[in-house]
Design a protein around this ligand. Structure first.
Ligand code: BF8
Length: 678
């Protein structure tokens, strides 16, 4: 289909598509309409005009050598008798699907881990005082994490007394030990020991403890080369090593070191959606993932000289906002507003108000460069790993040694572009209030206070049944499904049934836009038990824990819940379930797998590329439960998706013997309501 044909189709002449059929977010619908009026093509149009490959979605297309691609679709009605499908080399559908799945885990783990490596390098530069732009800020967290890296925080004095060690020395040693986790060849990634003891022992017994973060990713690429690993179970075992190396390694270390460099998040208020853009301000939208860049831009934009420069160009000030996980990072630590999620990156530019969109790595669509060409927006790439050939982008390279100067150059470029606005500015009205910043440390503090900080009150409320269980709902947007519909249906259904939700990534942004990240949401959307707890403690029913790298915070929260007692000995005992209703990225597959092998029942929406390989699919959806206590599932309908999570939570409550407590409490609550009504 040519571009002209696509435009015609989406202009409703051929395809009866309405913007509100593509998204449940009114601000996004308004901008999709505007893009149509201006004949600007976005991902929403391409999702209509280009359908996915029927064999690729089944996971059974192998292009790992030049004799293929070998395409092994599942016959209609399934395989009758023996499955004789084979690629040229003899690879079965199971081998092919497992290889493809493994390569997604490798790419996802690599993205998180490369992010983490960059943070570790900057951390070390800051600790060694080789850069003046970054500093060791959160010494409390540094001292907490140091022992996990084998770094002593005290030393014995001459007379046997215990003395505090020098913070700078500790920081250097932590930085060195952390960075070493990537290239380590033997032993195990040291932070894996943070898992509850039975989980760690299980991994040890199964031989899936990651030896080094990079090593396990490289080994996936080796094993999935033609003619190497040809057993789907063995391939998946390697996925487990790499995924644990991501969740309990690369991602977790990234979160740790970012917190020490930039501060551990604590609750903060802000706003979300395209309505955070300001017509009379210079709008700089920061998009991507790494806080190394965005933290510097925040500081640069606050400089009086920058504000003055903006005023001299006719603006009232500088409005920073974020897209994707950079948005989450800036929100968590500074309360910078969320401009939008993955599917809103083009739409932000369509407002005509964005003077600069500054990008680093991951989830940046190449097409923003084309959309920007229809406006005055400058797309600025900053990372040597991520340049854009389309459109007319500019590259201002960001280096940790000259970070602040680079950030100033970037901000100045945005300001100087303000007078060049070429089309009328139309900013949707929608913006919602929110509270974010729930690191696992903040939850600890919120529940127990300074003197008895603990997860025990959460456990008590789970045991007495006010809270039914915990749902971790995370992940992307996917243009193959209605934008934000899956996220919001799943989350609302969970909290309605008293399941508290921990969220990250683009799910968190969807929830923010829908007003679910406010304490007030509890009264409107929650079941009586969860509403009561939220009201008493003063927290929202959906706790924003950060970016996708910060899914490690959810792992740590789960480990803390186990430690607080009364809910079993391992994560797999908890009344908890994971979900990614609108996933699309390879990172989501790595995340999903590290949740599964950590013992969590994990449900994905939209699709999973394993349907063409029923034996491998069965291994993921059923057999893994016997090995890890957690397993994958695919449930496309978001309502059913939530119901399956709730059923799993109830199954775990029953196994713990706390199912009766919930029945009693619900009866009490209902009785109380009846009394009030009488
Ligand atoms: O890391 S949720 S679309 S932004 S991949 Fe990307 Fe998915 Fe959003 Fe963040 Ni995560």
């Amino acid at each position: 289909m040519t571009t002209e044909e696509v435009k015609k189709a989406v202009k409703k002449e051929k395809a009866p598509v309405r913007a509100q059929d593509l998204t449940v977010d009114p601000a996004s619908a308004q901008m999709i309409e505007r893009a149509w009026d201006l004949e600007i093509e976005t991902i929403f149009d391409r999702a209509q005009s280009m359908k996915p490959c029927n064999i690729g979605v089944q996971g059974t297309c192998c292009k790992n050598c030049s004799q293929g691609p070998c395409r092994l679709p599942l016959p209609k009605g399934g395989v009758e008798g023996k499955d004789t499908r084979k690629g040229l080399c003899g690879a079965t559908a199971e081998t092919i699907a497992a290889r493809n799945f493994a390569r997604m885990v490798a790419a996802g783990a690599a993205a998180h881990s490369d992010h983490g490596r960059g943070v570790a390098e900057t951390f070390l530069a800051a600790a060694r005082k080789e850069t003046h732009d970054y500093h060791i800020r959160d010494t409390k967290k540094l001292l907490e994490i140091a022992p996990d890296f084998g770094v002593e925080i005290t030393v014995q004095g001459e007379n046997g007394e215990v003395l505090d060690r020098d913070i700078d020395e500790i920081a250097v040693e932590v930085g060195e030990a952390a960075l070493a986790q990537w290239g380590q060849q033997q032993g195990e990634v040291c932070t894996a020991k943070r898992a509850p003891a039975p989980r760690y022992e299980l991994w040890k017994k199964l031989g899936v403890l990651p030896r080094g973060i990079d090593r396990e990713i490289v080994e996936i690429m080796h094993r999935t080369h033609i003619g190497v690993d040809q057993h789907y179970e063995n391939i998946l075992e390697q996925c487990s090593r790499a995924a644990i190396g991501d969740g309990w390694g690369g991602s977790m270390i990234a979160t740790d070191l970012q917190d020490v460099l930039f501060g551990c998040p604590y609750p903060v208020k802000s706003t979300a959606n395209l309505g955070v853009l300001k017509a009379d301000h210079v709008n700089i939208v920061i998009h991507g993932h790494e806080p190394l860049l965005s933290e510097m831009i925040v500081q640069a934009a606050e400089l009086p000289e920058m504000v003055e420069l903006a005023k001299s160009k006719g603006a009232h000030g500088i409005q920073l906002s974020g897209i994707c996980c950079t948005a989450n990072e800036l929100l968590m630590r500074h309360g910078i507003p969320l401009c939008g999620d993955f599917l809103q990156q083009e739409l932000a530019i369509v407002t005509g108000a964005v003077d600069a969109m500054v990008v680093d790595v991951q989830c940046i669509m190449e097409n923003i460069a084309n959309v920007a060409q229809c406006f005055h927006t400058k797309v600025i790439t900053t990372n040597p790993r991520a340049k854009i050939a389309s459109g007319d982008t500019i590259h201002i390279e960001f280096d940790e040694h000259t970070a602040f100067e680079d950030a100033k150059k970037i901000v100045r470029t945005g300001i100087e572009n303000f007078p060049n606005r070429s089309k009328p500015v139309i900013i949707p009205d929608e913006k919602s209030d929110l509270v974010a910043g729930f690191s696992y440390e903040a939850i600890n503090y919120h529940l127990g206070g300074t003197f008895r900080a603990s997860y025990a009150p959460l456990n008590d409320n789970i045991i007495n049944g006010r809270i039914r269980g915990i749902g971790g709902v995370v992940g992307c947007n996917n243009a193959r499904t209605v934008h934000n519909e899956g996220h919001l249906t799943v989350v609302k259904e969970l909290i309605k049934h008293d399941v508290i939700v921990l969220t990250t990534g683009c799910n968190a942004i969807a929830c923010a836009k829908a007003g679910l990240l406010t304490p007030e949401a509890a009264k409107v959307f929650c079941g009586p038990g969860l509403a009561e707890v939220c009201e008493t403690v003063g927290i929202p029913p959906v706790l924003h824990m950060g970016s996708c790298v910060d899914n490690s915070r959810i792992l740590m929260a789960a480990a803390e819940v186990v430690k607080a007692g009364g809910l079993g000995n391992d994560i797999s005992d908890l009344p908890a379930a994971g979900s990614a209703p609108e996933w699309m990225s390879e990172k989501a597959i790595s995340i999903g797998h590290y949740f599964v092998v950590s013992g969590v029942y994990t449900v994905f929406g939209v699709t999973l590329p394993v349907s063409g390989a029923p034996v491998f699919e069965n291994h993921l959806y059923k057999e893994l439960e016997n090995i890890y206590g957690g397993m994958w599932d695919l449930v496309v309908d978001p309502y059913e998706h939530a119901q399956k999570m709730i059923a799993h939570i109830d199954k775990k409550r029953k196994a713990l013997g706390i199912d009766k407590a919930r029945e009693r409490v619900l009866f009490d609550m209902a009785a109380r309501r009846d009394l009030e009504a009488a």
